[in-house]
Design a protein around this ligand. Structure first.
Ligand SMILES: Cc1cc2nc3c(=O)[nH]c(=O)nc-3n(C[C@H](O)[C@H](O)[C@H](O)COP(=O)(O)O)c2cc1C
Length: 364
């Protein structure tokens, strides 16, 4: 199954192995993507990763989340991204631009002194209270996302991925924990999802009906089940997945977690098959509810578990992040062996601000 092609929103993807979005710390300070990024994506394509999702690209400088993050907020980025997509397209792999607004996790700088979010709910890990977005700011942000999608298409990306996970703006909107609004953007499940639906609608006016728009969706904020806090969890996230699929999203990558929930966002020490694919129950629920491809991410390490996830209908595609930082030739190793297990020990030392790389000392 793993190395069978799959069709997704008109894209023919050569296999089911996905590189999940990974912030690389490899852009210029203004967000311009560098040749280094192009070389990395080309390396992944050469080594047969079927679908490559870029690091998160910010749609407005007021929604930048980290240093050396790539941007897509201006037409000046189209040319440098064209060079990148053409490098990948020398191979059968497809490349997707992940787009984001930082929301409650926006980086505070002199030029950008406030974070914007659906509601002024203090972000506990940073002790920072964002500004509640006005109606005008919500509408401008919808336009920012839609223009980013247009730029992605013009730059040759095969698709975009709306980042609706991990506590960034669109994940803030869908969660009742961070969205306490009482206007048309908050309240019911439908209203909290409306901002994403409106992004898709506006984007369709710019890129037409056929351009693939995908999403990475939080299935849960990840608070302990016994918490009294109102937060996002299944089955509500399954309803959100259905709304998005009904409104033209053509693939859903299932993830979960926000920093404030207390759990390490990217789980550490995945050293057994039991610990792998830690969000598998969520992806199965979503896969049962929608008719579009579902990708699962989070702690997937061995060929055996990858095959199991596809065979037992947990997902249609499997996504990995840290293992591909450790071994860019992981897809080929998996293809050419009976049961390859990624070397990655899930230590998170790869979050390297000089550019992602594996910093684990295997000789120690
Ligand atoms: C260094 C690093 C950067 C990441 N950057 C992004 C990102 O830009 N967008 C995103 O959606 N997830 C990002 N993630 C999360 C991964 O895509 C993935 O969901 C998570 O690491 C779990 O998958 P894994 O166990 O295969 O690493 C990042 C994770 C790491 C370790």
């Amino acid at each position: 199954m793993l190395f069978k092609t799959i069709e997704c929103g008109g894209m023919e993807i050569p296999n089911r192995l996905v590189r999940s979005a990974t912030h690389e710390w490899m852009a210029e300070p203004d967000g311009t993507p560098t040749e280094r990024l192009g070389d990395l994506y080309e390396e992944l394509a050469k080594n047969e990763v079927g679908l490559i999702i870029t690091g998160y690209a910010y749609v407005n400088p007021k929604g930048k989340s980290d240093h050396l993050q790539q941007g897509i907020y201006d037409d000046k980025f189209i040319e440098p991204y064209k060079n990148i997509t053409s490098k990948v397209h020398k191979y059968p792999s497809k490349i997707v631009l992940q787009i984001v607004h930082g929301g409650r996790q926006t980086m505070i700088t002199v030029e950008s002194p406030f974070a914007f979010a659906p509601s002024a709910v203090t972000e506990a890990t940073r002790g920072m209270t964002p500004e509640e977005m006005t109606e005008k700011e919500v509408l401008e942000t919808i336009e920012d996302f839609a223009q980013a999608i247009r730029r992605a298409k013009e730059a040759g990306f095969d698709a975009v991925q709306l980042h609706c996970a991990h506590g960034f703006l669109l994940s803030n909107f869908i969660s009742p924990y961070s969205n306490r609004r009482r206007d048309r953007w908050g309240g019911s499940t439908e209203k909290r999802t409306q901002v994403i639906v409106d992004i898709i609608k506006r984007a369709r006016e710019l890129v037409g009906d056929d351009y693939p728009i995908t999403t990475k969706l939080n299935a849960s904020d990840g608070f302990p089940k016994n918490t009294k806090k109102k937060s996002l969890d299944a089955p509500e996230s399954v309803e959100i997945a259905k709304i998005l699929a009904d409104n033209g999203i053509c693939a859903i990558e299932v993830s979960a977690g926000i920093a404030e929930a207390g759990q390490e966002l990217f789980w550490k020490n995945i050293d057994s098959e039991e610990k792998e694919a830690y969000y598998r129950e969520y992806s199965r629920m979503i896969k049962e509810a929608v008719d579009i491809p579902v990708m699962l991410v989070g702690g997937i390490r061995s060929k055996k578990v990858m095959e199991m996830l596809l065979d037992e209908d947990y997902a249609d595609m499997v996504s990995v992040c840290r293992p591909l930082i450790c071994e860019t030739d992981l897809a080929l190793k998996i293809k050419n062996s009976e049961n390859y297990v990624a070397k990655c020990v899930s230590c998170n030392l790869c979050s390297d601000k000089t550019g992602i790389k594996c910093n684990y000392d295997f000789d120690e």
